[in-house]
Design a binder for this molecule. Structure first.
Ligand code: GRF
Length: 209
């Protein structure tokens, strides 16, 4: 049997995207979430992991230097030997002290069509701007916040009269498909950065026997 494909998920809040992974791709011995790390104690994401029998850890920033936190975070994550690290609602900026330990193996989720509306409150930013389309991006995490190359993107219309709650609900639905789809593509070995232009991502076709 093939080795399991090991995923570590980092989360800061409700963990609905973590739940979508648990419900769709998590299969012990196959594509397996081997650890969930929270940025704070008491977040719902940790309860969801525990309910699914997945080990949890908490690594907080709590007033210390970000790099110091990231050295500890990298250590905790590395111990779980991940093939892929998924930032699923992880709301704390990561430095090279973490990211450089897992080159091309950390992906982030963002609720807009990047490069539009990076940073906090992306959904509110889109509403305030009055755009007719926003969306969801899953991208490689790099030190520039929300700046790494896009892996999957999907547009979501902003409907006339949308408020933040309604648009958020529609964006969440797309996130809950795109994050598992990203993990499936990585687990199948189909995601690559173009060696001639690392800004570009290549998805290789399914091999037919
Ligand atoms: C997602 O919209 C993600 O894009 C954003 O935070 C939200 C996390 O939601 N950065 P959840 O914790 O997965 O429910």
């Amino acid at each position: 049997m093939a080795d399991p494909y090991r995923i570590v998920v980092l989360a800061s809040g409700s963990g609905s995207n973590l739940q979508s992974l648990i419900d769709t791709v998590h299969a012990p011995g196959g594509t397996e979430i081997v650890l969930v790390v929270g940025s704070r104690d008491g977040i719902v994401a940790l309860d969801r992991a525990t309910a699914a029998g997945i080990p949890v850890a908490v690594v907080t920033l709590s007033g210390r230097d970000r790099q110091e936190r990231d050295v500890e975070l990298a250590h905790v994550v590395a111990e779980a030997r991940p093939d892929l690290v998924v930032l699923a609602g992880w709301m704390s900026i990561l430095t090279g002290a973490f990211l450089d330990r897992f080159p091309d193996r950390v992906v982030n989720l963002h609720p807009s069509l990047l490069p539009s509306f990076p940073g906090l409150h992306a959904i509110r930013q889109a509403l305030d701007w009055g755009v007719r389309w926003t969306g969801v991006t899953v991208h490689y995490a790099e030190e520039v916040v929300d700046g790494g190359p896009a892996i999957l993107q999907e547009p979501v219309p902003v409907l006339y009269g949308d408020d933040e709650e309604a648009l958020t609900a529609r964006i969440r639905e797309v996130e809950h498909r795109l994050v598992p789809e990203t993990v499936r593509l990585f687990a199948a070995g189909r995601v690559h950065r173009d060696p001639t232009d690392r800004r570009k991502v290549l998805i290789s076709p399914v091999e037919v026997e």
